[in-house]
Ligand binder design. Structure first.
Ligand code: BGC
Length: 743
C-alpha cells in the first residue's frame, strides 16, 4: 500500500471520516480508493462478534464462540507460554468469524479487590501483568488478528468510570499503573491501543497528549493506532491533536465535520490529522495482510483446549491433611448450584455466547459416583429451608463434600464495583451448616476477584476456580480427582479483610475525584512493608507434590547499568505427583535510599517435573529490575548498592537468596533554592562551578554556618544582597544540568 500516495489523494472529509467508526464495530475505510473497513470485536477470552437481532434478554445477539478462562486465571498460570497459546487459540476463532482486531487484553492494575472488572484484568503486579499481556498479544497477532491493549490507562474502578479523575503521582503511574502497558507495548507491539474513559490528573485519556504521545509514543516507541473506548471521546478534535487515531463507535453526528471545520479554521493542523490517517491506513494494511495467515478453526477442538487451559488457571489455596486429590471409592457429595450451572465468565462487554458448557456435575459422571444437592439459588441469592436441609443431609451421608460457592453474576461485572468482599450470606450459612455435619469439606470458588473467608480456618481444602471458561467444570474435576495437579498461583493478594487493602480509605473516591493516595503501595507491596498478615499472599498456590529449591546462582554478583544478570535455581520434585512449579524471582533493595517496596517480582519461570526429577529455572534481570521512578529527574533511576535476589514459591515463601552489588546511576542532589549549601557542595564539580559563576572566593566570604542554610541564603551572605533570586534559580539549573549531563 502506498500510504503517502493514498493520503495525498484523500479529501479532507475522507480523512476525518477514516478517524471515526462507521457503526458500532467497523471503521469507515475509503471505499473510493479501495481501502476496506476494519472489523473490531470484543475479546479477550473469546470472540464476541455481534450479529443482527436481540436475544431473549433483549441484548444484542452475538455469534457463538468458545469461552476461555478469564484473564485473572490466565495470569494465575504465571505462564506467558500459556497466555501465548490462549492468544493463538482465540485469534483462530477470530479468523473463523471474520474479525480483524480483538478488543483486548485489558491490562489495568488491580488496585482494589472491589473493582467490578478485576476478572478481566491480570494482576496487582505490573511485571506479571506485563509479561502475560505481551505474550497474549503476540499469540493473537501471529495468527493475523490485531489486538487492542486496553484501557489505557488507570481504569482501576468502574464507579464513575466515564468521568472520574484519577489523581495519581508520577511515580505510581510509571511503576505501577503504566508499567504493565509499557511491557505489553514494547514487547507485544499491539496493533492498536484503546484509551480509558477516565481522566488522569485532570485530563481525559482520550485527549491526553502526555499519555498518548509523550509516554506511549515518544517514551515507549509505539507506532500503532489508538482508539477510544466506546464513547470515551470528550472532544474529538483535541483527541486527534493529542494522538488519538480513531473514535469508536460512530460518534455524535457531526464529529467528523467538526474535525473538517477545525482544520479549515486552523484549530487543528492537517499534519496532525494526516498523522492519524496514516496510522489508520497502516492498521488497515496489517489487517489485509493478516488475512493471508494460515489458521485452523474448529470450535469443538477449542472446547478441549479451553479445558486444558483452565486446569492451569485454578489455584489450590488450601489442602490440609492432603484431602485432595480425591481417590478411591469415597462417597462424594456435590453441593451448590454452581456445580450444575458453573459461573464461568463475567458480565459486560467480554461476555461470550458459549458454544457449549461443561459443568462439574456432567464431567464427574465419568469419574465418580456422587450425590448432589443444589443448596441455594445462585441467581436469586436465596436458600429455601428445604434446599438447606437437603444439602446437609447429602453432606452428612458422604465421605467428602465438595461445595461449589462463589459470586453470583449480579455481584461483579463491567459497569459497577462491589461494595463488600463477602460471598452471599446464604452461601456462608450453608457452608457453616455443612461443616457441622461433615469435616471433609472442599470448597470450590467461582468468582473473579478475592473474597473474604471468615470460614477458611474451618475448611480443609479450597480450590479457587475463578471464572474458568465454558469447560471450567471439566477442569475442576480434573484437578479435584488428580488427573493433573493444580499449578496456578495467585496473581493477587487475598487480604484478610477489605479494610486491609491499601486503597480502602480512598476507593472509589468522592464524586468525580479518586485519589490514589496509597501511591506505589499496591497489593503485596503494601502488605509486605506493613508486615501484615494476609489470608493468601501474592504468588501462593499449592500442588499435589512438593518442590525443593537448591543451587541459586547469579551469572555475576555485580550488576552494571546497561548489562543483564542471569539468575537460576534448581527445582526438584520431591513428592509423588508429576506437576508444574512456578518459581518467582524477587528483587529486594538492601541499602539506604529512596522508599522502596520490600521486594518486587522481577522474574518468573515454570517447569514441569516428574517425581524425583530436577530442572533449572532461569530469568534475566536487567536495568529495570533494579530501577525506580524518580520524580525529580522524571526518569528511571537505578540506585547503586546491595540487592538481594530471592527465589520463591510465593511472595511469603522465600526459599533461597543471593546478594549482588549494583553499579547504577550516579546519585544526584536535585538543587533548588531550598537545598542546603553543604549538600550542593557534595556534588562533584559544584564548588568549581559556583566559584566560576560567583567568584573564586565566594566560599571564604561566607561564615561556616552558612553551609547549613538553604542555597537562597547566600543572597544575604557577607557579600551583601548581590545575588538576585533569578540568578539563584539560574545557578540551580546549571547545578542540575552538571549532574545529569552524564545520564
Ligand atoms: C468497554 C471496552 C469494550 C468496549 C466495546 C466498553 O464499554 O469498556 O472494554 O471493548 O465497550 O464493547
Amino acid at each position: 500500500m502506498d500510504i503517502r500516495k493514498i493520503i495525498s489523494e484523500m479529501t479532507l472529509e475522507e480523512k476525518a471520516a477514516l478517524c471515526q467508526g462507521k457503526n458500532s464495530w467497523e471503521t469507515v475505510g475509503v471505499p473510493r480508493l479501495g481501502i476496506p473497513s476494519v472489523w473490531l470485536s470484543d475479546g479477550p477470552i473469546g470472540v464476541r462478534k455481534e450479529i443482527d437481532g436481540k436475544d431473549e434478554n433483549g441484548e444484542n445477539m452475538t455469534e457463538e464462540a468458545v469461552c476461555f478462562p478469564a484473564m485473572v486465571g490466565i495470569a494465575a498460570s504465571f505462564d506467558p507460554e500459556l497466555a501465548h497459546f490462549a492468544g493463538n487459540t482465540v485469534a483462530e476463532a477470530g479468523r473463523g468469524l471474520g474479525v480483524d482486531v480483538l478488543l483486548g487484553p485489558a491490562m489495568n492494575i488491580k488496585r482494589s479487590p472491589l473493582c467490578g472488572r478485576n476478572f478481566e484484568y491480570a494482576s496487582e503486579d505490573p511485571y506479571l501483568a506485563g509479561q502475560i499481556g505481551a505474550a497474549y498479544i503476540k499469540g493473537v497477532q501471529e495468527k493475523g488478528v490485531g489486538t487492542s491493549l486496553k484501557h489505557f490507562a488507570a481504569n482501576s474502578q468502574e464507579t464513575r468510570r466515564f468521568s472520574v479523575d484519577e489523581r495519581i503521582s508520577e511515580r505510581a503511574l510509571r511503576e505501577i499503573y503504566l508499567a504493565a502497558f509499557e511491557n505489553s507495548v514494547r514487547d507485544g507491539k499491539p496493533w492498536t491501543v484503546m484509551c480509558s474513559y477516565n481522566k488522569i490528573n485532570g485530563v481525559y485519556s482520550s485527549e491526553n497528549k502526555w499519555l498518548l504521545t509523550d509516554v506511549l509514543r515518544n517514551d515507549w516507541g509505539y507506532e500503532g493506532a489508538v482508539m477510544t473506548d466506546w464513547g470515551a471521546t470528550a472532544d474529538h478534535v483535541k483527541g486527534i491533536d493529542a494522538g488519538m487515531s480513531l473514535e469508536m463507535p460512530r460518534g455524535c453526528d457531526g464529529d467528523d465535520l467538526a474535525v473538517v471545520q477545525a482544520v479549515r479554521e486552523g484549530r487543528l493542523s492537517e499534519e496532525a490529522l494526516n498523522r492519524e490517517v496514516e496510522r489508520m491506513l497502516r492498521l488497515t494494511e496489517k489487517c489485509i495482510e493478516g488475512k493471508q495467515t494460515e489458521y485452523e478453526y474448529d470450535a469443538g477442538q477449542q472446547h478441549h483446549m479451553a479445558r486444558r487451559i483452565a486446569r492451569e488457571t485454578m489455584v489450590l489455596l488450601k489442602n490440609d491433611g492432603g484431602l485432595l486429590p480425591i481417590r478411591g471409592n469415597r462417597k462424594v457429595a456435590v453441593i451448590g448450584e454452581f456445580a450444575e450451572k458453573p459461573r464461568y465468565q463475567g458480565g459486560g462487554s467480554s461476555h461470550i455466547r458459549a458454544t457449549e458448557e461443561l459443568s462439574a456435575l456432567e464431567a464427574l459422571r465419568s469419574v465418580s459416583a456422587y450425590t448432589y444437592a443444589k443448596g441455594f439459588n445462585a441467581d436469586a441469592d436465596t436458600m429455601p429451608d428445604t434446599l438447606y436441609e437437603e444439602a446437609l443431609e447429602t453432606a452428612r451421608n458422604a465421605d467428602i463434600a465438595i461445595l461449589f460457592l462463589g459470586l453470583p453474576d449480579a455481584y461483579e461485572s463491567e459497569g459497577y464495583d462491589r461494595t463488600h468482599m463477602r460471598i452471599p450470606a446464604c452461601q456462608e450459612k450453608l457452608l457453616n451448616g455443612i461443616l457441622d455435619v461433615q469435616k471433609n469439606v472442599c470448597v470450590v470458588l467461582h468468582n473473579g476477584a478475592p473474597v473474604e473467608m471468615p470460614w477458611a480456618e474451618r475448611v480443609p481444602a479450597i480450590l479457587e476456580a475463578y471464572l474458568g471458561g465454558q469447560a471450567a467444570g471439566g477442569a475442576v474435576v480434573d484437578l479435584l480427582f488428580g488427573a493433573v495437579s493444580p499449578c496456578a498461583k495467585l496473581a493477587e493478594t487475598f487480604p484478610l479483610r477489605l479494610e486491609d487493602n491499601p486503597s480502602w480509605p480512598y476507593y472509589p473516591g468522592f464524586r468525580d475525584r479518586a485519589d490514589y493516595a496509597e501511591g506505589i503501595w499496591v497489593g503485596y507491596r503494601w502488605y509486605d512493608i506493613r508486615k501484615m498478615d494476609v489470608l493468601f499472599p501474592f504468588g501462593h498456590g499449592l500442588s499435589y507434590t512438593t518442590f525443593e529449591y537448591s543451587d541459586l546462582k547469579l551469572s555475576s554478583d555485580k550488576f552494571k547499568k546497561g548489562n543483564k544478570t542471569e539468575v537460576s535455581v534448581r527445582v526438584t520434585n520431591t513428592g509423588h505427583f508429576p506437576a508444574k512449579e512456578t518459581v518467582q524471582f524477587y528483587v529486594r533493595p538492601d541499602h539506604a535510599g529512596r522508599p522502596r517496596p520490600v521486594r518486587e517480582l522481577k522474574g518468573i519461570g515454570k517447569i514441569f517435573l516428574q517425581p524425583g526429577e530436577s530442572g533449572t529455572v532461569t530469568a534475566t534481570l536487567d536495568e529495570r529490575s533494579f530501577a525506580c521512578w524518580d520524580e525529580e529527574i522524571h526518569d528511571w533511576f537505578v540506585e547503586s548498592g546491595r540487592y538481594i535476589i530471592e527465589a520463591a514459591a510465593s511472595s511469603r515463601d522465600i526459599r533461597l537468596s543471593a546478594a549482588l552489588e549494583a553499579e547504577g546511576d550516579a546519585e544526584y542532589v536535585h538543587v533548588t533554592p531550598d537545598t542546603l549549601l553543604n549538600e550542593i557542595l557534595s556534588v562533584d564539580g559544584a564548588q568549581e562551578l559556583l566559584e566560576r559563576e560567583i567568584g573564586a572566593d565566594f566560599l571564604e566570604t561566607l561564615p561556616q554556618w552558612f553551609r547549613q542554610c538553604p542555597f537562597h541564603g547566600i543572597r544575604r551572605g557577607k557579600t551583601g544582597d548581590m545575588i538576585s533570586t533569578e540568578r539563584i534559580r539560574d545557578l540551580c539549573g546549571k547545578l542540575n544540568a552538571l549532574q545529569h549531563s552524564g545520564k
